[in-house]
Structure formats: C-alpha cells, structure tokens
Design a protein around this ligand. Structure first.
Ligand code: SAH
Ligand code: DHB
Ligand code: MG
Length: 225
C-alpha cells in the first residue's frame, strides 16, 4: 500500500462531503459495478465531477471516451452535456458493456450514450470511416500500452480546440522509470512524449492522490495547424 493513502482517502471523503451533493444514482452505479465483479478502477467521485466540469467548461457537445468499464465516468460526462449532446464510448469486454448499458438505463442517459463494443482500435477506424468527428473532448482510459495509437486517432477525430485527457499517467511515480518493463508505464510515458513533441498541442500533467492511490491525468488542447 502506498504511504499516505489513508490520509489521501480521508481528504477525498472530506472533499466529497463538502463539495458533492448526495447522489444515490451515481452511488448505485458503483455498487452495481462491484456486485458485477468489475475491477474497481472507475474514476473516483471527485474525478468524475472533474470530468463533468471539463465538459461544461469546454462547452462540449460531442465526447469520445476510450475505455467504458461500467460507465461510471461516461455517466458523469453524459449528465454534463447540453440537450442533444452525446458520448461515444468504446469498450472491449461484452461483460463490462452489459453492465454499463444497465447503468446508462438506470441513470437515464441511454439516449445520449453510444456504446460500441470491440477493440477500441477497430471502433476508432469505424468512427473515422463514418466521419463521426470532430469530438470536443476525448477521454482516454483503456489499455495503456495502446495510448500512442489512441492519441493518433484522437488527433484525427479532433478539431482545433478539442481537449484530450489521459488517465493514469503517473502510476505511483513509475512514469519516470525510462527503463521500466511494465508496458502500462511505457504507455504512460508515450503520452508525455506525444503531448511534448507536437507543436499543435499544449499540455500539462496533474499528479493526483486520493482513494485510488497516487496517479494522475495528462491533458492537452489541440491548436491550429
Ligand atoms: N473510464 C472508466 C474506467 C475504464 S477501465 C471509468 O472511469 O469508469 C478500462 C477499460 O478499458 C476496461 O473496461 C477494459 O475492458 C477496457 N479495455 C481494455 N482494452 C481495451 C481495448 N483494446 N479496446 C477497448 N476497451 C478496452
Ligand atoms: C488501472 C486502470 C485504470 O484505468 C485506472 O484508472 C486505474 C488502474 C489498471 O489497469 O491498473
Ligand atoms: Mg483510469
């Protein structure tokens, strides 16, 4: 266990109690995900609210998410959309997608979520063929070794001003281990090299601690050109 996790969790609970109104619908989503045996790797409630605020701060109408799990992050973003907005969310596992679809129905967002089951790279190819872009916000939170491929697709499906957020780019600090043999750590490093090497992108990274441990987000905005 990471040192300090207990205080991080307590502070998360303090911030949640102070800032987030009671939300039985969102609590029920997490309960269903656990009862269905999904891994407990959903964003935290405070991170969900962060995604909600980002959707509204960038006035997003079309959101793309890579990595649905039980749809907890999806629902936070879907609820923040204006009328007529949609989240397209990509998930490999049928079992996860089935739970997510139940959650979308209970949360009342099924009409604004387009869940596509299969390898995200295949779904992205299809979205490209459909000319489904541009998306206003793209949240990348799936298999980390594919981050660079997802970012290449994100750029194709973006417009100037699109915001791209990648989850889990700090990995307990292991991101600084250049020689790491952990493919997820290399995937985290790929986000930094991608965001750092394209003049079109302005980016930052935010380290986070909390009930999920020590990790972080990277976020970028796509420029002109
Ligand atoms: N965004 C979710 C958590 C996603 S967990 C939330 O915060 O609530 C990562 C998800 O990516 C898992 O459900 C996993 O099955 C999915 N995934 C892994 N590899 C994938 C791939 N190649 N294509 C699509 N989804 C994938
Ligand atoms: C893992 C994946 C996630 O998306 C996350 O938020 C936390 C952990 C993982 O694969 O370990
Ligand atoms: Mg994640």
């Amino acid at each position: 266990m990471t040192a300090g996790k207990n205080i991080w969790t307590q502070v998360d609970h303090y911030a949640e109690a102070s800032l987030l109104p009671a939300d039985p619908a969102m609590d029920a989503v997490l309960e269903r995900n656990r009862a269905s045996g999904l891994p407990a790797i959903d964003v935290s409630p405070l991170q969900g609210k962060f995604l909600d605020l980002v959707v509204r701060m960038c006035g997003a109408r079309r959101v793309l998410e890579i990595g649905t799990l039980g749809g907890y992050s999806t629902i936070w973003m879907a609820r923040a959309l204006p009328a007529g907005g949609t989240v397209v969310t990509l998930e490999l596992e049928e079992r996860h997608a089935a739970v997510a679809n139940q959650n979308f129905a209970t949360a009342g967002v099924s009409d604004r979520v387009d869940l596509r089951v299969g390898l995200a790279l295949s779904s992205l190819e299809k979205l490209g063929e459909e000319e489904a872009g541009p998306f206003d916000l793209i949240f990348i939170d799936a298999d980390k070794p594919n981050n660079e491929r997802y970012l290449i697709w994100a750029m194709r499906l973006a417009r100037p001003g699109t915001v791209i957020i990648c989850d889990n780019v700090i990995r307990d600090g292991a991101v600084i281990e250049a020689e790491s043999r952990d493919a997820s750590v290399q995937g985290a490093r790929d986000v930094f090299s991608f965001f750092g090497s394209r003049g079109k992108l302005e980016a930052t990274a935010l380290q986070t601690v909390g009930e999920k441990g020590y990790d972080g987000f990277a976020m970028a905005i796509v420029g002109e050109g």
